[in-house]
Design a protein around this ligand. Structure first.
Ligand code: DHB
Ligand code: FE
Length: 289
């Protein structure tokens, strides 16, 4: 049976990808940021996931305003890194897991979650920058990836609570996939940032750190954060944090935090990163007996 063994969240700033691709990771501005990902790189090398369900948002790279799916699930064999204006990043092709993706698509629709099926899609920095941060510079990504793109660029965007329910439905779908697979779920984007308008450059460490605290065991409070609150407290692009809620919901009620990192700023963004492990409540109760 397929199992979700861990959840990972990270910001996905494009300038991090550029620093990475141009060999600037050791420079004074960038070194503390990349240092924050050394732990996860070593951990991922041991964990060796078979598949990552990568919840992110497309930034009008693959999907312009002519078609705006709320939840777009990648069901393709492969995804090319998108050209975001400077040519595609020199990173490997992202290979999908077609069977698991098709199973998730079917189960989500049975669970009354009507997603859009993407049989062709390029993947932008929301997907490829986290892959670089977790796996480093590689010839091939070490696992299959199922990209799940969430609309956070064009209103109406989904609520955090809707994303939470999607995460639960994804967990339900993965559990019923018969093949023995080590599956991780990632949420990318955030933390606080605003790229345009009079408040451009906004960063809110209090909001971000409260979000990181509550992600462990006060998730009911996170589910209630409205889109207006994200806008007000974490800036126009802070709403990307709703992808973290899909990841967190898929892990079940109890989690153990393996890693937490926070750094201000990278480009215009407060960088946050966590690694969470689901704790099977039945298992711990039995072990204590
Ligand atoms: C930046 C951050 C993002 O999440 C993004 O999608 C684009 C730009 C930034 O800080 O520059
Ligand atoms: Fe973004």
């Amino acid at each position: 049976m397929a199992r979700i063994t861990a959840g990972v969240a990270t910001s996905h700033v494009p300038a991090i990808g550029a620093a990475f691709d141009h060999g600037r990771t050791g420079e004074a501005d960038w070194q503390p940021i990349f240092a924050g990902y050394e732990w996860v790189k070593a951990w991922e090398a041991q964990e060796k996931p078979d598949v990552v369900i990568l919840c992110y948002n497309d930034h009008a790279s693959a999907m312009m305003l002519d078609v705006v799916p709320t939840f777009a699930l990648g069901c393709a064999e492969e995804y090319q890194p998108a050209d975001e204006g400077w040519g595609a990043r020199p990173v490997p092709t992202v290979y999908g897991h077609v069977e698991l993706a098709a199973h998730i698509a079917e189960q989500l629709v049975l669970d009354e979650f009507d997603i859009t099926i993407m049989n062709h899609m390029d993947v932008d920095h929301g997907c490829t920058v986290p892959l670089s941060l977790m796996f480093g510079q590689v010839e091939q990504w070490p696992c299959k990836v199922i990209p799940l793109a969430v609309n956070v660029t064009q209103f109406p965007t989904p609520s955090g609570n809707r994303c939470w329910m999607l995460g639960e439905a994804i967990a339900h779908a993965v559990e019923s996939f018969p093949e023995d697979l080590n599956v991780q779920i990632w949420g990318t984007g955030g933390m606080s940032h605003q790229l345009q308008g009079p408040r451009a450059g906004l960063i809110n460490p209090e909001f971000d750190n409260a979000f990181l605290d509550k992600l462990i065991d006060r998730t009911d409070e996170l589910r209630q954060i409205t889109r207006l609150e994200y806008l007000r407290e974490s800036g126009t692009e802070g709403i990307e944090l709703i992808m973290w809620l899909i990841m967190r919901a898929a892990l079940g009620e109890q989690v153990e935090q393996l890693q937490r990192f926070y750094h201000v700023p990278a480009s215009n963004t407060a960088v946050g990163h966590v690694v969470l492990r689901p704790v099977a409540s039945g298992v711990t109760a039995q072990a204590a007996e």
